[in-house]
Design a protein around this ligand. Structure first.
Ligand code: ZN
Length: 172
């Protein structure tokens, strides 16, 4: 049956937000995994330090902002665009994903609702699992759109489920 274990790593010291984001993200990922044929399982946990290697499918880092990017620190590369609410950086050996507590929206450093953070996290999870870049994924719309929208749409489900059996190695 479709199943995914997601580890969220909190680099922002936001204990109050963690259960709220996890709840919303679990709903979105369950929708992405939904099939008429089988039950699906989403295992979700928060950690405040990186998990042990091999202990999870998907790792999403929650960091304050682009300036404190964990992905850029561990996997140096081109600058992250200031308007991005998160980033996923695929490399041959591993893929790193993060989303921001203080994304810049309309030029303003802002905070989101738990649903807003969950949408950013689910969008990066889509990039991570599907291995699709912006140009290939964003036109799907729904949670793949930039900025991401709910509800999840059938194209989102098809591409996410197709990648599920071949999730890349993760930046821990
Ligand atoms: Zn994107």
């Amino acid at each position: 049956m479709p199943e995914i274990t997601v580890t969220l790593v909190d680099h922002t010291n936001s204990p109050n937000l963690r259960p709220l984001i996890a709840h919303q993200l679990e709903d979105i990922l369950s929708d992405l995994l939904f099939s008429d044929a089988e039950a699906t399982v989403v295992n979700m946990r928060w950690m405040t330090a990186s998990p042990v290697d091999g202990d999870q499918d998907l790792v999403l880092h929650f960091v304050n902002d682009i300036g404190s990017s964990y992905v850029a620190q561990k996997m140096p590369g081109p600058p992250i665009k200031p308007i991005d609410g998160g980033v996923t950086r695929p490399r041959p050996d591993k893929t790193g994903s993060e989303f921001y507590k203080f994304p810049v929206m309309n030029g303003v450093r802002t905070r989101l609702t738990a649903t807003g953070y969950a949408k950013l996290a689910a969008h990066e999870a889509m990039h991570n699992v599907t291995r699709l870049g912006n140009a290939a994924m964003h036109p799907q719309g729904g949670i793949a759109n930039s900025p991401p929208h709910l509800p999840v749409n059938p194209a989102n489900r098809t591409s996410f489920q197709a990648g599920l059996s071949n999730i890349p190695s993760q930046l821990l």
